[in-house]
Design a protein. Structure first.
Length: 104
């Protein structure tokens, strides 16, 4: 069962903050993996609100990276050239699945 109200969790908030700061510092792999860690923390808390925040941040990071640095290995176009899905796309699908599981 999901949390009805967003709950304060210092670890989740730190992970989201680190992901965001790493992204701003162009440490894209650190940003991505820290965002994954935040997703798992949100899952451990059964917190749909936090999972939606992760989903939104993943979308923002993906769109910005694709626009500003399409040559970066984590970009959608780079992944596509290797015939793979974007890691951010995978993260978004995983977070969406977790949301559906918690809402049922």
């Amino acid at each position: 069962m999901s949390s009805p109200e967003p709950q304060h969790d210092a670890l989740y908030e730190q992970l989201m903050s680190i992901s965001h700061q790493a992204y701003l510092d162009q440490a894209y792999e650190v940003a991505y993996h820290t965002l994954c860690a935040a997703m798992y923390r949100a899952r451990d808390l059964n917190n749909v609100h936090h999972l939606r925040e992760v989903l939104q941040e993943a979308d923002t990071q993906k769109r910005t990276l694709d626009r500003a640095h399409p040559e970066h290995p984590l970009s959608s176009s780079s992944a596509s050239s290797r015939r793979h899905d974007s890691v951010y796309g995978s993260l978004q699908r995983h977070a969406s699945t977790l949301i559906r599981l918690l809402e049922t």
